[in-house]
Design a protein around this ligand. Structure first.
Ligand SMILES: [Zn+2]
Length: 112
C-alpha cells in the first residue's frame, strides 16, 4: 500500500516508492534509507535488571570486576556516576574514583 510509506522529507511528495532498502521520490529525485534512521532510534542499552540506561545515570557495579592493566579490582557495589552510553562490547564509558576513565558492560551494572 502506497500510504504505508512516509512522504518525501524534501518536497513532501506522497508518491515515494521502495527500491531495496532505499526510498525514492520520483518528483524531486531524493533518495534516503528508512533503515538507517530506525536503527539509530532503536539503540537501547539495559542494565542487568532490564532497566533502560541513559547518559548521566548513576549505576552500581553488581559483581567484582577485574580491571584491565591494573592489579586492583572494581568492587561489587561501587557507585558509578554520570555514565555515557557508547557503541561496542563495553557499552558504558565512565570515570570512577581511584580508577579514572573506564569502560564497563551494561550487564554488570544496576541502575540506582
Ligand atoms: Zn521529493
Amino acid at each position: 500500500m502506497m500510504s504505508s510509506l512516509p512522504n518525501c522529507p524534501k518536497c513532501n511528495s506522497e508518491y515515494t516508492y521502495e527500491d531495496g532498502s532505499l526510498l525514492i521520490c520520483p518528483e524531486c529525485g531524493h533518495e534516503w534509507s528508512l533503515e538507517a534512521a530506525s536503527v539509530e532510534e532503536e539503540r537501547v542499552i539495559k542494565d542487568v535488571n532490564g532497566n533502560v540506561l541513559s547518559d548521566g545515570d548513576t549505576v552500581t557495579v553488581i559483581k567484582d570486576l577485574k580491571v584491565k592493566g591494573s592489579s586492583s579490582t572494581l568492587k561489587q557495589g561501587t557507585k558509578v556516576k554520570n555514565i555515557r552510553l557508547v557503541d561496542g562490547d563495553h557499552n558504558i564509558d565512565c570515570k570512577i574514583d581511584g580508577f579514572g576513565a573506564m569502560s564497563l558492560k551494561s550487564e554488570f551494572v544496576k541502575k540506582i
